[in-house]
Unconditional design. Structure first.
Length: 365
């Protein structure tokens, strides 16, 4: 059977192209989050309380005041992947002037509210700086505004893509590993092996997913990696049921009987002759589980059981700002919600495309 024509048709369709495009952009954003971010500190966690809940496009001049303790040096790779700790405190200012050896700023507190602050130039920044050589002023534009803590929403949104993709990848890898192992054992051996495994599967199937994840989370703890493991350990049930059914259909076919007569081991038959022939349903299930894992992580973070602050998670961003929906600045809650919607939509579209490509009932000879 040939699927070339169907594959070409699907991947030239607007829906499939949209799904692949969204996923591709999300992957690139996750990989290059810090180079693309305007706040390059770890977790984009620079807090400027005076700039709390500012609208998209807000700009402000910032004075960089050195911290008492300098941050540790980081390599180029660490800066690319984990960010660069800042050695400065950012002070928003309406105006900055240098008079003799004193830096005088009109400190921005809120709209139409300010105060005058002074800093001794040489004692604060060291010798060698004057009015003509003072590089410690920067203009920052917050493209998507700021959150309730004055952090850059744009930068945290970029880093949040890493969490969503990581939770999907890790949980799907873990859930498929368990699902393939237990489903293949149940379907191949049958009998008491099948009864015991399916009894366990049906028992877990009866428990709501969130409650099951809560139980695992309370057992292993709350954190970045713990939540990924918890989702993976609770999302293998559907995969196991699917793979069991597929193995039961294939194990009585002639080519499997021939492999048995040739004396091949059970492991070789399952791994080399059965699993490759059910790769289609497995891939479709993986795409669906990926989307489901993203939604579960967002829900858990919203409820406080998922990724913990200050790590930027789209679900956590919604939790921190859902009350902004009734204000004149709903973007802090709407933007991460839109990001979750688009990424889940992309995986659902890709899953549907894989199903159509790999469904033998729709293949053209």
């Amino acid at each position: 059977m040939r699927t070339t024509g169907k594959t070409k048709k699907l991947f030239t369709s607007k829906a499939t192209f949209t799904g692949v495009f969204i996923l591709g952009v999300t992957i690139l954003v996750a990989l290059f989050a810090y180079p693309l971010a305007t706040d390059k500190t770890p977790d984009a966690n620079t807090i400027i309380v005076e700039l709390s809940a500012k609208p998209a496009g807000f700009s402000k001049q910032l004075l960089l005041v050195p911290k008492t303790t300098a941050p540790a040096h980081v390599s180029s790779w660490q800066a690319f992947w984990s960010g660069t700790p800042s050695g400065y405190t950012y002070v928003p200012a309406d105006s900055i002037d240098i008079l003799n050896d004193t830096v005088i700023i009109r400190h921005y507190i809120d709209d139409n509210v300010s105060e005058i602050l002074t800093y001794p130039l040489k004692e604060t920044w060291g010798p060698g700086y004057d009015a003509g050589n003072f590089p410690f002023v920067t203009e920052r534009t917050f493209h998507l505004g700021t959150d309730r803590y004055g952090r850059d929403i744009y930068s945290r949104l970029l880093l949040g893509a890493r969490v969503s993709l990581a939770v999907g990848l890790i949980s799907v890898t873990l859930s498929l590993s368990l699902g393939i192992l237990l489903g293949a054992l149940a379907g191949w051996y049958g009998g008491w092996t099948d009864k015991i495994i399916m009894w366990f599967v049906n028992l877990l199937w009866a428990v709501p997913t969130l409650l099951l994840v809560f139980a695992v989370t309370l057992t292993i703890g709350k954190g970045f990696w713990e939540i990924f493991i918890a989702i993976g350990l609770t999302s293998w049930i559907g995969s196991a049921r699917l793979i069991r059914g597929q193995v039961m259909q294939l194990k009585n076919l002639d080519y499997i009987t021939a492999a048995r007569l040739l004396g091949y081991s059970d492991i070789r038959i399952i791994t080399r002759h059965i699993l490759p022939n059910i790769a289609g349903p497995i891939l479709v299930t993986a795409a669906a589980n990926f989307a489901s894992a993203i939604l579960v992580e967002a829900g858990l973070s919203f409820l406080g059981f998922g990724v913990q602050p200050p790590t930027p998670s789209w679900g956590l961003m919604i939790k921190e700002h859902y009350n902004f929906l009734v204000t004149d600045n709903p973007l802090p809650a709407l933007i991460p919600g839109l990001a979750i919607f688009l990424l889940v939509l992309a995986f659902n579209i890709i899953g549907n495309a894989l199903r159509d490509i790999l469904d033998v009932k729709t293949m053209k000879k």
